[in-house]
Write a protein that binds this ligand. Structure first.
Ligand SMILES: Cc1c2[nH]c(c1CCC(=O)O)Cc1[nH]c(c(CCC(=O)O)c1C)Cc1[nH]c(c(CCC(=O)O)c1C)Cc1[nH]c(c(C)c1CCC(=O)O)C2
Length: 365
């Protein structure tokens, strides 16, 4: 079979997500869900059954199929490539396994600054992560222009915390110990990650990604002071460098920053060269608008657990959320990813409520 390259992609038919990211008028508020390709879908569980998680990530055809599955069920306005943030530490030379019932696990996490020597000095991103680029190119063709395809990465601090903790953690005390005890080694690691991430994101755009989301999932474990020193500068550096390079090539790809539980940093995040700031559910929509002063588009932020409510209730919650954010410069989403026990029908109700209510609100303007 013919393998198509990253050119001559099908014409985009639904650009509401991209227009909303740029703050332009739309006919309805665009909507997608974090983890929309996930275990809440029976067809996802069937495709993934008996297969190693990271092997699946390394198989472009499987990534493509998993990315497309939610689009067959729901009229989402964007797709996000199936992959994982932990492919970046793997590319830097670390072993990461997905252990059932436990989540991602590093058999040999970084313990002391000397361990940085175990990481590849110069990462050949095209070689180590070329499988992600192939998955993006294939998916962008197979999506047939229905909706834009989002690429993504973990942010430096979030990846650093995984590389030191070796997996999930409540306190993240091993990783935070580095910040307080080894600040210079911490900055060195964060810089190394930033360099790889910049190349990785540019590679994703070259492969066909039409927007980029940076996941700072562990922002909430830091306070404002530590965030300003160890997270924000790198988030800004990533956006600045990616945008400068894209500009040289005459390209313009909206970027989203999602700092989970980083409400204390909202003002700073809205002035960090990202077009869109993603929000978790702990921030009230109206105050998020006020605090970001119309500088950026906002994305979020319904509590994923609201999907456990009956359909009519979901519709009411969505309506309030839309009234809080307004319909302009807004992308509806959940405040974090979908959980495996969620009912696909509730996800459908969420998407429909966003489209129906927002169409009505926009017409009445
Ligand atoms: C922290 C993080 C990870 N991975 C990711 C983050 C950032 C977002 C967040 O804050 O949740 C990002 C991610 N991971 C996955 C996607 C795919 C795209 C999508 O959102 O649909 C995305 C965007 C697939 C996945 N990544 C994972 C799954 C589920 C496991 C599977 O399919 O076997 C999926 C669909 C595994 C994963 N990978 C990771 C965790 C914590 C887990 C869950 C482990 C568990 O619950 O057992 C690390």
């Amino acid at each position: 079979t013919e393998v198509k390259g990253p050119a001559n992609f099908p014409q985009l038919q639904n650009d509401t997500f991209l227009r909303a990211a740029r703050g332009e008028e739309t006919e309805h508020v665009p909507v997608w869900c974090m983890r929309q390709a996930g275990r809440y879908l029976p067809e996802f569980r069937e495709s993934r059954a008996g297969k190693d998680f990271f092997e699946t990530c390394q198989t472009p055809a499987a990534c493509c199929e998993l990315t497309l599955q939610p689009l067959r069920r729901f009229p989402f306005d964007a797709a996000i490539i199936f992959s994982d943030i932990l492919v970046v530490p793997q590319a830097m030379g670390m072993d990461v396994q997905m252990v059932a019932g436990k989540g991602p696990t590093f058999p040999e996490p970084l313990k002391e600054p000397e361990d940085l020597q175990r990481l590849r000095v110069k990462v050949d991103v095209g070689k180590e992560l070329g499988y992600v680029f192939k998955a993006i190119t294939l998916t962008r063709h197979k999506i047939e222009g229905k909706v834009p395809l989002i690429g993504f990465t973990g942010a430096p601090w979030t990846l650093m915390s995984y590389m030191i903790e070796g997996g999930g953690s409540n306190t993240h005390s091993k990783a935070k110990r580095w910040l307080y005890r080894h600040p210079e080694a911490s900055h060195m690691l964060l810089r190394m990650l930033t360099d790889v991430i910049v190349e990785y994101l540019l590679g994703q755009v070259a492969a066909g990604a039409q927007a980029l989301q940076v996941f700072e999932s562990h922002a909430g474990i830091l306070g404002p002071v530590e965030f300003k020193e160890f997270a924000l500068p790198y988030l800004r550096d990533i956006a600045r460098r990616v945008k400068d390079k894209l500009k040289e090539a005459g390209q313009d790809v909206p970027m989203i920053v999602f700092a989970k539980d980083g409400h204390y940093a909202l003002e700073d995040l809205s002035q960090s060269h990202y077009e869109v700031v993603g929000l978790d559910w702990t921030i009230d929509p109206q105050s998020a608008r006020e605090r970001t002063g119309g500088k950026v588009s906002l994305q979020g932020n319904m509590d994923p657990c609201a999907l456990y409510a009956p359909k009519e209730r979901i519709s009411d919650i969505v309506k309030k959320m839309l009234e809080g954010f307004g319909t302009r410069a807004y992308i509806a989403n959940l405040g974090h990813g979908l959980y495996p026990d969620m009912d696909p029908e509730s996800v459908g109700a969420f998407v429909e409520a966003v489209h129906t209510h927002s169409r009505q609100m926009i017409k009445q303007k």
